[in-house]
Design a protein around this ligand. Sequence first.
Ligand code: PHE
Length: 339
Amino acid sequence: MLVKIDQIIKEIQSLSLKSRDDADSFRLRYLSKKGIIADLFTEFKAVPPDQKKLLGQRINELKKIAQEKIDSYLTSAGGPSSDKHEMDLTRPGEPKPPGSRHPVSIVRKEIIDIFARVGFVISEGPEIEDDWHVFSALNFPQDHPARDMQDTFFIRRNPDILLRTHTSSVQVRVMEKQQPPIRTISPGRVFRNEAISARAHCIFHQVEGLYIDENVSFADLRQVLFYFSREMFGMETRIRLRPSFFPFTEPSAELDISCSICGGKGCNVCKYTGWVEIMGCGMVDPNVLDNCNIDSDKYTGYAFGMGVERIAMLKYQINDLRLFFENDRRFLDQFSAAY
Ligand code: PHE
């Protein structure tokens, strides 16, 4: 009997089930009430008690092998249905929840669209930069404390190769290649060696803008920023410019908008001042134009730069910058309708 059982095991192992018909006849032949294995169990009742242990184990093993054979076919064929048409093409499909766009992408696109409507084109550049494009061409003197304003990541201890701390570097590249009129915005990722907190992160996104032509004035800058602020935060938005300092602009300013949360009455977002700062800006310093071979006697220009996360935080009332980088679906799913 042992020989017979081993033969059946070999037989089963050499079989391959290719269709539901194969599987059905396999079950009938081996596993049904009148099948080979059931017969073996009947035969087993009559064996002498001293052989029972060994034979019993072997028959159980055989049964297991047969069962596994049919199970593995059925799982690969998509379940034990006896239906010959394995797919019902008339049934509605299973709904797949669509992903949502990241709020940083939504806001970055919105900023780009607003400026594209008044003629700005997009320019992009490398994230790994050299000192010239991030600092020196932009009028940061060597060893000037202004370099500390932007805590820089250097690569392999080589002070000439670094991760860009702002996308102004892209604008240097544009000015080096192209003569005015230049009207461009550079969106992109920037890196600063800052401790991560609710208000700061070592990676964030910027959109910086640059306009150079003959007779570009501070009034033009103010007008384009007013236009942007109202498009972004609503027609009732007011703006104000506060004097500031950047090495690459003169004069320099910071742009505040009337608080879009309280409308200027005072709340904890604007710290009860009624105003929130949204970007830096100014008239391009003539030294920067000269560094990029643009005639600073003939041309003037303005520049501005903003953090995309900051704009998104104000627009959607998000109070912690870290949420943008954690990829928590409960946060991200709230923006699925926003685009
Ligand atoms: N590059 C500045 C920054 O990253 C922003 C800025 C751009 C300021 C253009 C003035 C003019 O902080």
